[in-house]
Write a protein that binds this ligand. Sequence first.
Ligand SMILES: NC(=O)c1ccc[n+]([C@@H]2O[C@H](COP(=O)([O-])OP(=O)(O)OC[C@H]3O[C@@H](n4cnc5c(N)ncnc54)[C@H](O)[C@@H]3O)[C@@H](O)[C@H]2O)c1
Length: 332
Amino acid sequence: MLNVAVIGMGNIGNTHAPVYQADPLANLVAVCDILPERADRAAARYGVRAYYSVADLLANEALDAVSVCSAGVENGGDHFEPTMQCLEAGIHVLGEKPISNEIEKARQMVAKADAQGLYYGINLNHRFVPPAAKAKAWIEQGRLGDLLLINMTMWIGNPNESSPWFHIRALHPHSLDIMRYFCGDVERVHAFFNRAPGRICYSNVQVNLHFANGVVGHLTGSYDTNPRHNLERCEVLGTQGRFVLDNLYEELTLYPRHSEELTVLRNSIMGGLSGFNATFSNRIHRWLEQVDARVPRAELEASGHEGLAVQEIIEAAIRSFQTGRAEEVPVA
Ligand SMILES: NC(=O)c1ccc[n+]([C@@H]2O[C@H](COP(=O)([O-])OP(=O)(O)OC[C@H]3O[C@@H](n4cnc5c(N)ncnc54)[C@H](O)[C@@H]3O)[C@@H](O)[C@H]2O)c1
């Protein structure tokens, strides 16, 4: 059982907190927000103590782990300070994505967790669904043969116009994490962006990716669609077949190369995932399991290193658009 607190009580902090309360591995003891009314409202809702600063929280509670659910510029600008305070105090941190909108700060947080020997995870929740685990098992069992290519699409409708790079920095940690989950590290990228009429933000992107294992990939991203039609789709092709993982967890299909017989897994209404919030419950439960079991740090799933890896790809994609060339992705 881990004593936990949630820092940043907006919509997403209020998604993490009830998950901790419902999980037998966690004991939610406090919430924290620099906006007192948000901290107080959440404290009343969950029956825990409220703090208005991370320093106060750390001085008064014996914590094992925290969720950092701040936001800020490009939804990642505020994570650095509370994350560093908690790591400095010896507390394990599960941070929201993007790890940071500033790559140098992302690198510093990952280095700090390494230096402290602490667990640092990122809420890359889209991969924590049973069909993704099944698809990964198919790859590991050789059902696809040697991997050759991957196509990924993630598109939602988001009118937010905070900055030119908001769309790729805030949304695509998720899509790129799914691509890395199946196909590994990315070495080089080439990207084009455009803006829908009237937008400040580059609301559409196409990225070509070259993976370290030779796989070639493509990401399509948009902030100009209706996610009720389809949020995401991932297709992986190998020498022996391909799979399509449709809409995060709705349907997974294996198309063997030399057979007409398909394998289809649907998200049943009987026992399937209840909705998008279930991805938070799954991810946070896995975080708690791994921290509680003190697994070797290198085994932590969706770790800070992996959160950094997707942000390095994003920054390389932005550089590529600016230079007009394919760009190398630094090792995270
Ligand atoms: N994983 C997902 O599927 C998913 C989905 C949506 C959003 N997010 C991420 O969740 C994060 C939070 O999003 P949100 O919509 O809840 O944001 P929000 O702005 O509504 O809430 C953030 C809260 O953090 C507080 N805060 C900022 N700095 C703080 C600090 N140092 N100490 C204490 N409190 C602090 C703010 O006062 C605010 O109340 C973002 O990083 C966003 O990208 C993740």
